[in-house]
Ligand binder design. Structure first.
Ligand code: ADP
Length: 486
């Protein structure tokens, strides 16, 4: 089976969030399955970081795509043998700033073209008699709006025999662009309509993926249900309901080569479920490094997140003073909403021994927060899967979460029953509100006071299967099902 995995980011080449983690880990996990007999390659933009990190780069073709001259390169992922096809066009992809936005966080104005080119190259790789290579995949997995036009090009222009899956990592990001882009994107105008890629008079890359792909997947079973409702569907619930039979929810795993407290290279001290003492050393070093009071008896609550409405962290500042007065410490790592950044910064100035606010993106610090904190807070309003709560489980840092999406599918609330049968792994809010968050944190702190009870919850989480092996097999099953579609 030949599989092409189309994505706009993949760890360790380039990462802004969970999509990169999945793109780095899932193809690798599938290629390692004993049940997979085939070849899987990635295709992505040749950002500067990607070109710098890929090994053994060769040029396979030079081609004009949507009016842009591109070199199609092939190289190897560092540390694995996976092939990555990178699109080199310096003007489009080799810029200072992020993959989607400039240094001030403003979306690039030509994102329609940048990801139109990515989508078009991916479709060309899937065409019979491809001008790029004779390696035609049997199946392509497209991920999020950046690759949403691929299934449309395949069906409407190339008449491709390759089957397609469109995977939704977050329905909030839709890639909607002005209809003026139609010609430049070489999209057939006849399909700019409700039964096509039109969405409220705009071109929607996301809708194109949802409408034209042979099968759809998303990153947790609960999110697969939620997005068919008005509250979570962002206007796509009708389309998703009609495609309900083609939609599969598969919970993400974690890359245990990167996220394993026993081997994590970022940690000041490694530890395991059997020998957990190293965790308190990481906590101590973290408190020291961040200028917090060094105190093993002060519960340390950790947060690593994009600071956006989705993540619900605006529920926290109003209840922090009360928790700080009770002796809690907080470490926050993230950036985004400026008002929220300022609230956390104010609290860190008011309580310098107990609150540490770190604005920015720091892989190393994020691992130490995950390991050194006692609990991890993630009160998302919606969460397609979420990875941080899975890292929390694996690191003996029970998560406090809302009952939505992948959080609902991966964290079991602690109560007398779940405690008794050893299924309790964290603490779940009843509603998305500051009051509910406060009550739930207090509940966790009560349990934390008994070290033996806490240890039991940590053990349950650390014993939970969160590696990719299981989910990778579910994707392979979906690949096989997709190959059988008409
Ligand atoms: P999302 O993709 O919605 O941002 P996920 O929980 O699925 O949320 O994945 C977030 C990923 O990005 C995790 O690997 C998390 O550790 C990482 N991350 C988020 N913010 C930061 C940050 N400021 N510094 C380092 N890593 C971060």
């Amino acid at each position: 089976m030949r599989v092409l995995f189309a994505t706009s980011e993949a760890y360790p080449l380039i990462k802004t969030g969970g999509l990169a983690d999945v793109s780095g880990a899932l193809p690798k996990a599938i290629s390692q399955l004993s049940t997979f007999n085939g070849d899987i390659k990635l295709v992505m933009p040749g950002y500067s970081a990607v070109l710098a990190k890929l090994k053994n780069i060769e040029t396979i073709a030079n081609i004009n795509v949507l009016g842009e001259t591109c070199s199609i390169l092939i190289g190897k992922m560092p540390d694995t043998n996976l092939d990555v096809i990178a699109i080199k066009n310096a003007a489009l992809y080799e810029r200072a700033g992020g993959p989607y936005s400039d240094e001030n966080g403003k979306d690039w104005l030509d994102n329609a073209l940048r990801f139109g080119v990515l989508s078009r190259v991916a479709s060309l790789l899937c065409s019979t008699n491809s001008p790029l290579t004779d390696w035609q995949p049997d199946l392509i997995q497209c991920n999020d709006w950046q690759t949403g036009l691929t299934p449309a090009y395949m069906k409407l222009i190339d008449n491709s025999t390759t089957k397609s899956i469109f995977s939704i990592h977050n329905l909030a990001f839709q890639g909607n662009f002005h209809a003026n882009w139609l010609t430049r994107l070489e999209l057939p105008a006849a399909h700019f309509q409700i039964n096509g890629f039109e969405y409220y008079e705009q071109i929607s890359f996301l809708k194109a993926g949802l409408f034209y792909a042979d099968q759809l997947s998303t990153v947790s079973p609960t999110y697969a249900e939620e997005i068919q409702s008005e509250s979570f569907g962002f206007g796509f619930q009708g389309l998703l309901q009609t495609r309900s039979d083609d939609l599969t929810g598969i919970l993400n795993g974690i890359d245990i080569q990167e996220w394993n407290p026993e081997t994590d290279v970022h940690l000041t001290k490694n530890y395991s479920n059997q020998r957990i003492t190293g965790k308190s050393t990481v906590k101590k070093m973290l408190q020291q490094q961040l200028g917090l009071q060094i105190d093993a008896n002060a519960p340390l609550l950790g947060i690593v997140s994009r600071l956006t409405h989705q993540k619900g962290l605006d529920l926290l500042p109003s209840i922090m003073p009360q928790l700080v007065n009770q002796g809690c410490q907080f470490v926050i790592l993230g950036s985004g909403d400026k008002v929220l950044e300022a609230s956390f910064t104010d609290l860190a100035e008011r309580f310098p021994n107990q609150v540490s606010m770190n604005i920015g993106y720091h892989e190393h610090l994020s691992h130490n927060i995950m390991a050194g904190s006692d609990v991890f807070i993630m009160p998302s309003r919606f969460e397609p899967c979420g990875l941080n709560q899975l890292y929390g489980l694996a690191y003996g840092t029970p998560p406090i979460v809302t009952p939505t999406g992948g959080l609902a599918d991966s964290v079991t609330d602690t109560n007398s029953m779940t405690f008794k049968d050893n299924s309790a792994t964290g603490f779940v809010l009843k509603t998305v509100s500051s009051a509910s968050l406060l009550v739930t944190i207090q509940r966790a702190l009560e349990t934390w006071k008994s070290k033996t009870d806490w240890r039991r919850i940590q053990k349950n989480g650390m014993n939970r299967e969160v590696s990719w092996a299981f989910s990778a097999q579910l994707y392979l099953d979906l690949y096989e099902k997709t190959l059988l579609t008409e």
